[in-house]
Ligand binder design. Sequence first.
Ligand SMILES: Nc1nc2c(ncn2[C@@H]2O[C@H](COP(=O)(O)OP(=O)(O)OP(=O)(O)O)[C@@H](O)[C@H]2O)c(=O)[nH]1
Ligand SMILES: [Mg+2]
Length: 328
Amino acid sequence: MPLNLPPEALEAQQRHRAAETLGEKITTLEEYISAIPKHKGTDHLRADLRRKLSKLKNAAQTQKRTGKQVSVYHIEREGIGQVALVGLANVGKSALVAALTNATPEVADYPFTTWTPTPGMMEMENVQIQLIDTPPLNEDFIEPEMLNLVRRADLVLLVIDLQGFPLQELEDTVAILEEHRIIPSYLQQEYIGERRPTVVPALVLANKCDDEECAEDFVVLCELLEHDWPLLPVSATTGRNLEHMKRVVFDRLGVIRVYSKPPGREPDYSSPFVMKAGGTVEEFASKVHQDFARNLKSARVWGSATHDGQMVGRDHVLHEGDVVELRI
Ligand SMILES: Nc1nc2c(ncn2[C@@H]2O[C@H](COP(=O)(O)OP(=O)(O)OP(=O)(O)O)[C@@H](O)[C@H]2O)c(=O)[nH]1
Ligand SMILES: [Mg+2]
């Protein structure tokens, strides 16, 4: 009976269900199997899961052998959100991805260094966010697949070079995207085209803001823009403001982290459940385990509740950082 499994196993099971890539499915299933206590009652379950694991591993082998590869622009989502860095040539997109993730895209002082998109994982406290370095935008031609990548992203970071011509770069970047009916969310109100555009959540990164002097240039840039657009000064080279930027990116993804607390135990702050902002206790319960959602009797919440450990109903809306104890 799945309900007799310890919370670690239920959580591992849930992570396995949520896994998207073959690689993730394999690692989460291995974790799930190792979290199941070994006794007679779980013999069948463990045998079934081991069979499933071997099927997944075979599938991974076949995929490797046949080298089945879709477009290089189709990058599987990993982590809690997919974020594309987009901009003109030489603004520092690759340098930012190299500074923020485990990826090592080529960085060079000449334009058009990057030809194919490269993903990397950025750690923000206890979650991983996927960043994608992309080839530069070009007025003459953009791969249709590249445009789809931008449309699909959960967040687009428009990168400009504060030591170059940032105002012009931002204008050009937005114009190129708009030509293909992609509109950064902060400009949605101003769009006057007739056909419906794709609105992408966006944030502008003014890169190469290496020191105090550059920070003053950034203030001037903001004044020139005369708009309250979401701009952030950063430097891939000196690391200036990168930690803050990670947090802003997380906040813009529109998700919250909620921690599960087994009765009488401390929550595990290292592995949050990530859900859409505005999610309820019921949605949280179904993330932890479907049986929890079905049989939920009560829940206690620490954090956003009026007082710690308050009893709440299924419809209670959760907030970033909440701790929830589910009782069935
Ligand atoms: N001073 C300074 N230079 C930077 C910074 N970030 C990148 N650079 C330099 O800018 C140049 C271009 O960097 P890339 O990361 O290759 O730029 P890109 O936007 O990926 O360029 P393409 O791939 O051609 O589109 C390199 O010489 C980098 O060293 C920064 O924060 N400060
Ligand atoms: Mg590049």
